[in-house]
Design a protein around this ligand. Structure first.
Ligand code: BGP
Length: 480
């Protein structure tokens, strides 16, 4: 047996978001997914949309009790802009939403769970897209800051842990490059502007937070999906491709949020290609002066990059970042075949080392990591519990590498699994189940999985013992 013990105050928790759990009950505005589902239900797995989600709006007291049973000491969720704000232009609040979020926050605290609150989790109110072009338009940044201001005013007396966005790069990629989020555009130049505008919005929200936060322990950060880019070979074209992929996918938001400046090399490249964002000196000064206090890092799978396999001239649109790199699936990689993602836990160690070396070891935590599996009923035992040993092994392997990095001085302060209770996930809906707790989407019955008991043990012991059997399986191909 090998024992790995984590720091005392470590966050052991899970992440989710408002639009993926609450359901649309009493919500005045539709967000882009609500609207997309109304118009195009066939785009969603089994035509299951966000209307009910996992019914957190009605079930939150029972759900939080289950989270406590799974040993969570902290949980990230988000406040829905489309729920909290009544008049999107004025930024006035909806009283039912205020009551709801107050009750949720109080319930978390009463159960000894630290509420970690994020503001924007892909869920732009759709009216702002139709009226203004959403994040392409700087007016929307101002409206987002009004929403952020209300959140800080209303809840920062009890909430000390805030995040401005979840995975802003996914907003850029999903909505403006690769068509997996509404409005499904393919427009490289617009994508570049959206990236900039999201960063500016984050920096302005941070500025506002520091003006009005009521909590002496209050801290604010951003949640980024940071997947290292590994070159396909040591050929210089592949190394260059992986480097540019890293600049675009990781360093863009990371540098701007932590160092207050966009990476010079990327700015030069975008300028040379004539797609650079529109910015002003004043805005760049805001970004410079409003860095994050800490970081959340979502990590699911590594990225592998090789030189692009088509000539830049053959691009169907004028400009795409893929002019410089192609991500690909490595032959023979260890896969979660349900989700189609490679499993590579060592990357967590490398992310930690990168933060330590290149980002002044800024405090950070794993804000999402997890394993999505389809048809989990396959693993139901006679007592009606899902025996998700694969998830336990997955968590253990990632913790093994994270622990290694912490031993070497990484300032990682927590691990949040995606997710506590199986939840709705955009167009994938309920296809991939990630939770410690399962949900029957027809009855909304919620049941602890085997991994929930494992997680509780982990929290209680601030760590775990890794058996011979674990090391036998470690790093071997396993498929689901
Ligand atoms: C992350 C998002 C989450 C969640 C997760 C799993 O990128 O932050 O909101 O959706 O991915 O996604 P999926 O269920 O599509 O595999």
């Amino acid at each position: 047996m090998t024992k790995i013990i984590f720091p005392k105050e470590f966050w052991w928790g899970a992440a989710t978001s408002g639009p993926q759990t609450e359901g649309r009950f009493k919500k005045k505005h539709a967000n882009i997914f609500d609207y997309d589902f109304e118009k195009n239900p066939e785009r969603f797995w089994h035509e299951i949309g966000p209307d009910m989600a996992s019914n957190f709006y009605n079930d939150f007291r029972e759900d939080i009790k289950l989270m406590k049973k799974a040993g969570l000491n902290s949980v990230r969720t988000s406040i829905q802009w489309s729920r909290l704000i009544d008049d999107l232009e004025e930024g006035t609040v909806n009283q039912d939403a205020v009551d709801f979020y107050n009750a949720v926050i109080d319930e978390f605290i009463a159960n000894g769970i630290c509420p970690v609150i994020n503001l924007h989790h892909f869920d732009l109110p759709v009216d702002l897209l139709h009226k203004y072009g959403g994040w392409t338009n700087k007016h929307v940044i101002g409206l987002y800051v009004k929403f952020a201001e209300q959140c800080f005013k209303l809840f920062s007396d009890r909430v000390s842990d805030w995040f401005t966005h979840n995975e802003p790069m996914v907003v850029v990629e999903g909505g403006y490059l690769y068509q997996f989020h509404y409005p499904d555009l393919v427009d490289g130049k617009l994508a570049v502007q959206v990236a900039y505008n999201l960063q500016l919005a984050s920096s302005l929200a941070i500025q506002k937070f520091h003006e009005i936060n009521q909590n002496p322990n209050g801290k604010i950060g951003i949640v980024l999906n940071l997947s290292p880019n590994y070159p396909a070979s040591q050929a210089k074209e592949d190394i260059a491709a992986a480097h540019i992929a890293d600049l675009w996918q990781n360093q863009l938001f990371m540098d701007a949020s932590v160092k207050g400046e966009f990476p010079k090399e990327l700015v030069e490249l975008l300028t040379k290609d004539k797609v650079i964002w529109e910015s002003t000196k004043e805005e760049l000064a805001i970004i410079k002066n409003n860095k994050v206090d800490r970081l959340g890092v979502n990590y699911y799978h590594p990225n592998r990059a090789q030189k692009p396999y088509y000539s830049p001239n053959s691009l169907a649109v004028d400009w795409l970042p893929n002019k410089y790199f192609a991500n690909y699936q490595m032959h023979g990689a260890r896969m979660n075949v349900d989700k189609g993602w490679e499993i590579y836990p060592r990357a967590l160690y490398e992310i930690a080392k990168n933060i330590q070396k290149n980002y002044n070891n800024i405090p950070w935590f794993v804000s999402e990591c997890g394993m999505g599996v389809s048809n989990e009923e396959r693993y139901l035992n006679e007592d009606g519990q899902i025996d998700d040993d694969y998830r336990i092994q997955f968590i253990q392997e990632h913790l093994y590498w994270l622990h290694q990095a912490i031993e070497e001085g990484s300032s990682c302060f927590g691990f949040h699994l995606w997710t506590a209770i199986d939840c709705f996930s955009w167009r994938n809906s309920y296809r991939n189940r990630y939770g410690l707790i399962s949900v029957n989407i027809h009855t909304q019955e919620k049941t602890l999985k085997k991994s929930a008991h494992f997680f509780k043990n982990l929290t209680e012991n601030s760590g775990l013992e890794l058996s011979e059997e674990f090391f036998d399986k470690f790093n071997k191909t396993f498929r689901f």
